[in-house]
Write a protein that binds this ligand. Structure first.
Ligand code: CTP
Length: 399
């Protein structure tokens, strides 16, 4: 799939740079050509010699390298690539691109091209969580930059949390996804997935049985058709797919915020099982028994409806797809839901325990659109996802 493709790989300064050597090997064995660029900080972690030996090509390091200027020019370097990959993407490299700075070779290359960019961030957990980095992440995502990782785990600096660079195999999969040629190439599609958790106090929450399996499969299927997918997920049990931009949230309100931040999009598939209610008298401390035997009274407020908000909002994606989890009168309830929420399609399913659909591996859905109800046979959730993704591609192509 990568044969004949050229990847311009910018290796930033971070201990994770050693993983980029493995990434070069994966890319080369898949038939891709790699143009390596090493930042000054990157060269503190891996040597130009190892990078050049693995890539089988000269390593570019300096902005004002006269030979390069005569032969090709630093601007040309990024234009001949099919994809620019930054791995590790440091907080500094993210900040440079987010603010449009061009002060070294790497930042010049990133700015001087409209070739798609994929970043694999790697940094200390506090640096990753810093509002400045998160702001830059939001800006870059809105600009169309794709992200893979960071992963959560123990870090070289001894701390624990998100910030570890994605594994080479995951970056490789994200590269394959970014270069996938399909009917959704160049389209941005938003997918929500999983349950939401609504806190009662610092240790307890209200949740539901959604595993995130259907939403995850849909995101993967859209990715395979070439879409750039932003995957906003609640705390699901199924891991998110490779090759999509993952935004993890807990509550319905966080999910709405993340979804709105990811707009614009050509289509949105809202597969999340969003909690309808949140607790308004959430305990700041763990709620204790007072010995009286009296149960605490929880008070609730209705959560925002993400599907309806987007469907009726100023930045409405062209195609809005909702789900309907019903336990009776599936078609009637789902048809009413479609009208109430203002979406184009509703994928309805019967989630009564006897169907084993919620949390299971299969689904039997009814697609409700303006042309009526179409019953799909029971099939694996992956198959439902593929069929739905193809329908979405057809609909966007015809509109
Ligand atoms: N949904 C949403 N925001 C909410 C609730 C639901 O975006 N606060 C979305 C879901 O992601 C799904 C669709 O709306 O795409 C329908 O969800 P469902 O739980 O079936 O419907 P509800 O709106 O909760 O309606 P009801 O509880 O009456 O069945």
């Amino acid at each position: 799939m990568l044969a004949g493709k050229r990847i311009l790989l910018i290796i930033g300064g971070g201990i994770a740079a050693y993983k980029s050597l493995l990434l070069i090997r994966l890319l080369k064995s898949a038939g891709a050509a790699v143009t390596p660029v090493l930042t000054r900080a990157g060269a503190e972690f891996v040597t130009p010699l190892s990078v050049a030996a693995l890539a089988g090509e000269k390593v570019h390091q300096a902005l004002f390298d006269l030979t390069d200027e005569a032969e090709m020019g630093h601007i040309q370097l990024s234009r001949v690539a099919d994809l620019l990959v930054v791995a590790p993407a440091t907080a500094d490299l993210m900040a440079k691109l987010a603010t449009g700075r061009a002060e070294d070779l790497a930042s010049n290359l990133l700015l001087a091209t409209d070739t798609p960019v994929l970043m694999a961030p790697a940094m200390n957990v506090r640096m990753w969580q810093h509002p400045a980095t998160q702001r830059n992440l939001a800006t870059l995502t809105a600009d169309g930059v794709r992200f893979v990782g960071p992963d959560q785990g123990e870090m070289a600096c001894g701390e624990f949390g998100p910030g570890r660079m994605a594994e080479p195999e995951a970056i490789f999969a994200a590269i394959t996804a970014a270069l996938a040629e399909g009917p959704l190439q160049g389209r941005h599609v938003l997918v929500t997935s999983g349950p939401t958790h609504e806190p009662i106090d610092p240790v307890r929450y209200i949740a539901n049985r959604s595993s995130g399996a259907q939403g995850t499969a849909i995101a993967a299927a859209l990715r395979d058709l070439g879409a750039r997918v932003t995957f906003v997920t609640g705390p699901a049990t199924v891991p998110p797919p490779y090759g999509v931009t993952v935004v993890k949230v807990e509550t319905a309100r966080q999910m709405l915020e993340a979804v709105e931040a990811a707009l614009p999009a050509a289509a949105a598939v809202m597969a999340a099982a969003v909690a309808d209610w949140r607790v308004t008298n959430e305990g700041v401390q763990k709620m204790k028994k007072d010995g009286s035997g009296k149960a605490p009274a929880l008070e609730f407020a209705e959560n925002p409806d993400i599907l309806a908000t987007l469907s009726k909002g100023p930045q409405r994606p062209r195609l809005m797809v909702g789900f309907a989890a019903e336990t009776e009168h599936v078609v009637d309830h789902a048809t009413a839901k479609r009208a109430r929420k203002g979406c184009d399609w509703i994928v309805a399913n019967d989630v009564s325990p006897a169907t084993d659909i919620m949390g299971g591996t299969e689904n039997a859905v009814v697609l409700i659109s303006d042309t009526g109800a179409e019953h799909w046979p029971r099939m694996a959730k992956d198959q439902v996802a593929k069929k739905l993704a193809q329908r979405i591609a057809d609909a966007l192509q015809n509109s």
